[in-house]
Design a protein around this ligand. Structure first.
Ligand code: ADP
Length: 492
């Protein structure tokens, strides 16, 4: 099958969150199954053309954004030596320091134009390179317009007559909602398309709604989140999703165990594995030194690697930090994003310097050191479509403490003292259970090293590889292909 992924992020080239991991990893597994998979992403300034050996293809293409003709070029390289990646290069929209916004976390004012341009350019690029996809797999709001283009402006374009579209929701809170009367002409749609069963969403033009209304199949990144977004967690999209329930798949993300592997992790001074864990304590010591904590084997070290976003439950994290100061707990947080969260954490570091360490950048090597060096990993998200960090921490034998929501509920099983089963600690915030209680419970269990080692072993044996999820993706792609007819407009 010919599969085209279109996304605004993809590891190793550009990563803001888990979306990048998915788009950079799933194709490698699909390729192994014999599919011809290709990826299109923007050529952001931070993507190093020399490092990745980018080759410029001999096309000069243009698309219209409103009345302006925007030209672009296509650069290309191979991901892992065998998956072609195409980079859409345009100076005006992508040659800037940030990805979605500036350093302060404020989004760029022209993100609407940027991703209209990108979506149109992706559609033209795939024609230029003569890759006729059976499926175009679109990710998140940045690419939500592509399914709409295929069923409107490109409905008569024979190139796409056998192309199905899939739209995947990685996070329903980022929808790309804009004022309609200016967005419609910018994006090249007509008022005909601006109906409640198409692009319109509560009097706005909504990119995600476009994806949900026009894609042949919709998916999201965990079975529980697929259910949750048909209810109050749907951020207004619940009714659309209820109507399209039969076309909605919930498939758990996997991680790349060859990359997230403590036995062969280039960022770790000391390597370890599930069968020989003793060097994990060296990673802990190293992390304690780095954070200027007391080097104390008995201290319970909790790690957190996350975007600074209210979704991630930082109010609960800060509350917990305040309430566990009487215990031998050390907490290290790495993240970037929202300034209020950043400042709140830095304040806690200031008042508890011996117990709290806060790192406010995006730092891949340090993230690995935290996954390896911590005893537990705190992730009390208010909602979590899938979550990769808890799965990564399982791979490092670092025990997750999570709120029971979305993909966290699908991957972490609460530890039971009776059966010694479970790979982490789970509290249910919706039922009034508290994060701090879960942390204290984990701390108490940690005091018995034999029991704690059993949880570590349960964590190591939890496997969320792409091999499992990939079969479900293949099944979804087949369903999309069977469903496709050029003019299918879904009744929503
Ligand atoms: P989300 O996609 O909502 O940000 P996920 O848990 O799905 O959350 O994925 C987060 C990914 O981003 C993980 O791989 C995590 O290690 C990484 N990450 C988040 N913040 C940072 C940071 N400041 N430095 C390094 N890696 C980070």
């Amino acid at each position: 099958m010919n599969i085209l992924m279109v996304s605004s992020e993809c590891v190793p080239y550009v990563k803001v969150g888990g979306l990048a991991d998915v788009v950079g990893t799933l194709p490698k597994y699909l390729k192994k199954q014999g599919h011809d998979v290709r990826i299109i992403i923007p050529k952001y300034r931070s993507i190093d053309g020399v490092k990745y050996n980018l080759e410029t293809l001999p096309y000069r293409l243009t698309v219209k954004v409103g009345k302006e003709q925007e030209s672009f070029r296509i650069k290309t390289c191979l991901l892992d030596g065998n998956v072609p990646v195409y980079f859409i290069e345009n100076m005006r929209y992508f040659n800037r320091l940030g990805i979605y916004g500036d350093e302060s976390g404020i989004g760029y004012g022209d993100n609407r134009e940027r991703y209209i341009f990108f979506s149109k350019a992706a559609v033209e690029a795939v024609k230029a390179i003569m890759f006729r996809p059976d499926v175009i797999h679109c990710h998140d709001w940045h690419t939500g317009l592509i399914p709409a283009y295929l069923k409107t402006t490109h409905a008569n374009d024979g190139f796409f007559w056998n192309t199905s579209t899939i739209y995947t929701i990685h996070n329903i809170s980022y929808q790309g909602s804009f004022e309609a009367s200016t967005t419609l002409p910018l994006a090249g749609f007509s008022w005909e398309d601006y109906k409640s069963d198409k692009l319109e969403f509560y009097n706005t033009f909504n990119f995600m709604k476009a994806g949900l209304a026009y894609a042949d199949i919709i998916s999201t990144v965990s079975p529980t989140y697929a259910k949750e977004i048909q209810g109050p967690a749907g951020n207004g999209m619940e009714v659309v999703l209820q109507v399209r329930e039969k076309d909605l798949f919930g498939i758990l993300n996997g991680i790349d165990y060859s990359y997230w592997n403590p036995a062969d992790d280039k960022y770790l001074n000391a390597k370890y594995s599930s069968s020989d864990i003793k060097n994990k304590s060296l990673c802990k010591k190293h992390l304690q030194e780095k954070c200027r904590f007391a080097v104390d084997e008995k201290a319970f070290v909790i790690g957190c690697v996350s975007r600074f976003d209210s979704q991630k439950g930082f109010d609960l994290i800060m509350d917990t930090i305040n309430k566990v100061q009487h215990l031998n707990i050390q907490i290290v947080v790495l993240g970037s994003g929202d300034m209020n969260i950043r400042n709140g954490l830095l304040y806690l570091k200031h008042i508890y310097p011996e117990k709290v360490s806060v790192w406010t950048t995006y730092n891949e090597p340090l993230s690995h050191e935290i996954y390896a060096g911590a005893d537990a990993f705190l992730m009390p998200s208010k909602f979590e479509p899938c979550g990769l960090s808890q799965i990564i921490s399982l791979a490092y034998g670092t025990v997750p403490i999570v709120n029971k929501t979305g993909g966290l509920a699908d991957t972490i099983i609460n530890f039971s003292k009776d059966s010694l089963s479970g790979n982490g600690f789970v509290f249910d915030f919706s039922k009034g259970e508290q994060c701090v209680d879960a942390v204290i419970n984990a701390y108490n269990v940690y005091q018995n090293q034999t029991v704690w080692n059993k949880i570590i072993s349960n964590a190591f044996s939890s496997n969320y590889s792409w091999n499992k999820s990939m079969e479900q993706y293949e099944n979804m792609y087949n369903t999309a292909v069977q469903k496709r007819t050029a003019y299918t407009i879904y009744q929503i």
